[in-house]
Design a protein around this ligand. Structure first.
Ligand code: ZN
Length: 85
């Protein structure tokens, strides 16, 4: 795939700026969107947008990952409580 040259600052911890994340998440090619949804560095709000994807497997993958994000955060909270108590 061809991608525009972009000189914006990347979103910290990821390979793209906020603008490019949005454009990739709404790309008209489902191949691009399914690659985006499986990236480790995808920001949570981009994943959340993709849960409404018109392609069911992409939307399903995004929903799974959002659920996992929530679980990770829940277990972080437990660790934090154990350390401070
Ligand atoms: Zn960009």
């Amino acid at each position: 795939m061809c991608w525009q040259p972009c000189f914006e600052a990347r979103r910290p911890g990821t390979d793209f700026c906020d603008d490019c994340w949005l454009r990739l998440a709404t790309h008209r090619s489902v191949d691009v969107r399914s690659a985006v949804v499986s990236r480790d560095d995808i920001p949570l709000e981009v994943l959340q947008d993709m849960t409404e994807d018109m392609d069911a497997p992409v939307a399903y993958a995004a929903r799974e990952r959002v659920a996992r994000y929530a679980e990770d955060r829940a277990s972080d909270d437990i660790d934090w409580m154990e350390k401070t108590s």
